[in-house]
Design a binder for this molecule. Structure first.
Ligand code: ADP
Length: 378
């Protein structure tokens, strides 16, 4: 009987696990939030991932449970582990991707390089941090943020008053995370994969470019980072995967400072936008690697197939019509570009697909990828 992988969450990350699952002959099932989601190409159940009985029923028929997102509550995850379900990554690792304050505390214990940070429970504590850090800082809600939502640059504590008010009204209480505003040269991402029995592999460190808090472009490997910076990024990625006991894919978002230090921004314990290039640019894509890792299979080679790979996100999409309407023009003009779409309707700012190009000359690869992606954006 085929090995069965259950993925909680029906977004594009689950969708992109389907092709490598089919290639390996794995059966993949998805617990989607609603009908018609990106991953509905696979056998799909629809239900609430916060409801224990729903997730329990879904997990009954799979050999391993993994995720398209990090939002399954800890009590649900722990009950499944107690039931004997193989959950990867497990709750003890996942909590550090679910809560940015817990992550900062644990990474401090592990001695990882990070921006200066503090836990602040009220405006006075935030003001104190601001006074100590040049009157500008980044305030973050510890949970539930993504694509820059829940992240705010402030120069006075009053600018986060609405978040403190929400905390005060929340019976569970809580705190905000405040970080120094890092003067970074660029953002990098380091991906590693780790299987439960301990094997670990690292991908080349990549450069990520964000626009309005959303990943727009990725260049692999990060230009100019082949030496010391690449080694340091890999050291950090491996240390975090081992230190937190991560299983599956881990992405570590990093800031490279103007004085060439690397600081950890945040973690994702699943395939990540910074690794989409690997579908067409690496020997083993991050989606195949994630499946191998959560099934405790030997991990695949992470080396690049070409000197350079560039990924451009299709954000928003065409003002009129569908992505498919643009296939003819894009594909005839850019036969080397690999187009990936997520089955999502165009909407301003929404991630609905991406384009990968790999090749030998960085300028050519960047040009091709941007020009191909532009067919889908207007
Ligand atoms: P999200 O969880 O929404 O992705 P992040 O914590 O990754 O939020 O922050 C989103 C973006 O905000 C980052 O990619 C970076 O550009 C910027 N940012 C976050 N933290 C800092 C910081 N301490 N200093 C400077 N910029 C930051």
């Amino acid at each position: 009987m085929a090995v069965r992988v259950g993925v909680v969450g029906g977004g594009q990350l689950a969708r992109m696990m389907i092709a490598p699952a089919a290639e390996l002959g794995l059966e993949i099932r998805v617990l989607a939030e609603s009908e018609g989601m990106s991953a509905a190409l696979a056998a799909t159940a629809v239900g609430d991932y916060r409801d224990l009985e729903t997730v329990r029923a879904f997990a009954r028929d799979v050999d391993v449970l993994t995720f398209d997102h990090e939002h399954v509550p800890q009590d649900v995850l722990r009950a499944l582990v107690a039931d004997g379900v193989a959950v990867h990554p497990g709750p003890d690792a996942l909590r550090f991707a679910q809560d940015k304050l817990e992550m900062r505390e644990r990474l401090t214990q592990l001695g990882m390089p990070q921006p200066d940070w503090a836990r602040v429970e009220n405006a006075d504590q935030l003001q104190e941090f601001l006074d100590d850090h040049g009157h500008r800082a980044v305030v973050k809600t510890p949970r539930g943020g993504y694509d820059g939502k829940g992240v705010r640059v402030v120069s006075a504590a009053t600018e986060a008053q609405d978040w403190f008010t929400a905390l005060a009204e929340d019976a569970r209480g809580g705190a905000l995370l405040v970080e120094e505003l890092v003067d970074f040269r660029r953002e990098l991402a380091q991906q590693v994969a780790r299987r439960p029995s301990g094997e670990i592999v690292a991908y080349p460190v990549v450069e990520t470019v964000q626009r309005d808090g959303v990943c727009a472009e990725v260049v692999a490997p990060a230009p100019g980072a082949q030496g010391r910076v690449a080694a340091e990024a890999e050291r950090i990625g491996v240390a975090i995967a081992e230190g937190l006991g991560v299983t599956g894919m881990l992405a570590v978002e990093l800031f490279e400072t103007t004085d060439e230090r690397l600081l950890v921004n945040e973690l994702a314990m699943r395939p990540h936008n910074s690794g989409h290039w690997s579908q067409d640019g690496a020997v083993t894509s991050q989606f195949e690697q994630h499946l191998r890792a959560v099934l405790d299979l030997p991990l695949g080679a992470t080396s690049a197939r070409a000197p350079w790979s560039v990924m451009i996100n299709i954000l928003g999409g065409p003002a009129e019509g569908t992505l498919e309407d643009r296939f003819d023009a894009a594909m005839s003009a850019h036969p080397a570009a690999k187009v990936h779409t997520y089955g999502k309707a165009p909407r301003p700012g929404r991630k609905i697909g991406h384009v990968n190009v790999a090749g030998g000359d960085l300028d050519d690869v960047v040009y091709e990828a941007r020009a191909a992606a532009a067919h889908f954006l207007d």
